[in-house]
Design a protein around this ligand. Structure first.
Ligand SMILES: [Zn+2]
Length: 460
């Protein structure tokens, strides 16, 4: 029995238990004490390959790949520093080519546990956890029954739903636009920007009536729900899914290396401890299988936009080979127009090009798989803000500007080179394409495709 006189005792005990609980919970957060961030300017292919080998072996974590054309950010654990320094020496990297970035501004972000128990209503002034995003998503079909439908495309390794929203006006056959984010869980800005798109299309549907009559949007805000939850509760820098890798000390598969296209080729991590670990077999992961099934089941999909961060880059296939994609000129023209639109909003500078223009070849990416196997003609990977000042810890005040500039760019890209007949062309060619050659033949009728045709004919 608790008497009046024993209250201070119980208060002390309760406080102690509470403090212990808080300490236990807090100690679960990976604080990355002693880790360092290096910004390298690589200049040779050999240097790039040597660094990717380190990543593949799980010795370093590449936060931003830059190839030889821009800087590469490398996160180094204290126990791996020796190997990293040896890599620098062996590859003649010193002086201005190596910058040790001050991680002080990132420290709070890395050690803050942000798991709100009571879901907040959505805004675009802060980041939101999985529960909050899904609760908000589920309200939309109730508010906009003629416009929006929420379903699940499958379950993650840990059994969480991978939800998607379909937004369109009318039930006619039309091009499908697939957009996804949070492939890599630490890239929080991607989920914030993509949920902004959903909010625009639903709450401002009268403004976007033509767009919604002409296209069907499929939007998947969290492709990797397990990883995303883990990035809130345990490790802010978690990238992969949460597959335990059959009891190995290192968990997780990099979903962006797991797709069945040149699987196991360049750029894929071999070590299970690598942040780019490719997985035990092609499309071994449930998250990959869900997306694959969805894309194969939805033959209407003409466009795919997969969001990542950071770097401010808009890319088109191929990733796995330096060869040009069959519709290279068209996808470049569309991308160039979209980046120009983006730049006109807040003056933000995005680079664009094929993945191999920007990085070294990377095998097993979803964008390549979508174009090659699901026959999605416009398949883009977009690295959002910034260029490395804040990186993955982009402060919430950058969400709105990032979204405000990206949304008109996506609308521009969806509309291709503006004429509605071209939109039709894209849809028709997608639906009849069985290989690259046939779509080339369907693309007759515009200056850029005539150039394409002459290229094709020159080959025969
Ligand atoms: Zn990513």
């Amino acid at each position: 029995m608790v008497t009046k006189s024993s209250l201070p005792y119980w208060t002390t005990v309760t406080a102690m238990i509470l403090l212990k609980f808080i300490a236990t919970v807090h100690s679960e957060i990976k604080t990355y004490e002693g880790y360092e961030l290096y910004r390298l300017q690589l200049t040779t292919k050999a240097q790039v390959e040597a660094l990717w080998k380190l990543q593949s072996d799980g010795e370093v974590d590449l936060w931003k790949e830059g190839g030889t054309k821009s800087k590469t950010d490398v996160f180094v654990a204290p126990d791996k520093k020796e190997k990293f320094v040896a890599f620098l020496t062996q590859n003649s990297l010193s002086g201005n080519a190596v910058e040790n970035v001050d991680l002080k501004p990132w420290r709070d972000e890395l050690s803050t546990r942000r798991n709100n128990k009571t879901p907040r209503g959505m805004s675009w002034n802060d980041y939101y956890n999985l529960d909050e995003i899904y609760k908000w998503l589920d309200t939309l079909p109730k508010k906009f029954p003629d416009l929006a439908k929420v379903e699940s495309m499958g379950k993650s390794y840990e059994g969480r739903e991978i939800k998607f929203i379909t937004i369109t006006l009318g039930s006619s056959s039309k091009p499908g636009i697939l957009i996804n984010s949070l492939f890599h869980s630490r890239e929080w800005i991607t989920g914030a920007v993509v949920t902004y798109f959903i909010n625009e299309l639903t709450t401002k549907h009268t403004e976007y009536e033509k767009l919604l009559r002409n296209y069907r949007f499929y939007i998947v805000p969290v492709v990797n729900p397990d990883g995303y939850v883990f990035s809130w509760t345990d490790d802010r820098m978690w990238r992969k899914n949460r597959n335990p890798n059959e009891g190995d000390e290192c968990k997780g598969v990099d979903l962006e290396r797991n797709f069945d296209i040149d699987w196991g080729g360049a750029g894929a991590g071999v070590s299970k401890c690598s942040d780019s670990y490719l997985g035990p077999s092609p499309c071994s992961e449930k998250e990959c299988q869900a997306l694959v099934k969805f894309m194969l089941d939805h033959k209407d999909i003409t466009d795919y936009y997969s969001f990542h961060s950071y770097g401010q880059i808009w890319m088109t296939p191929w990733s796995y080979t330096r060869k040009k994609a069959f519709n290279d000129e068209e996808t470049f023209a569309v991308m160039k127009k979209a980046v120009k639109t983006l730049n006109s909003i807040h003056g933000t500078d995005y680079k664009f090009g094929s993945s191999t223009d920007v990085y070294s070849p990377i095998a097993g990416t979803v964008e390549d798989w979508a174009m090659e196997t699901a026959k999605v003609n416009y398949s883009y990977c977009i690295e959002l803000r910034d260029k490395g000042t804040h990186g993955f810890a982009l402060p919430p005040e950058y969400i709105l500007p990032s979204a405000e500039e990206m949304w008109p760019a996506i609308v521009s890209s969806v509309q291709k080179l503006t004429s509605s007949s071209r939109e039709e062309d894209s849809f028709n060619s997608k639906n009849s394409r069985t290989n690259g050659r046939e779509v080339r033949l369907l693309c007759l009728g515009s200056a850029s495709t005539l150039i394409l045709m002459s290229t094709v004919l020159a080959k025969f």
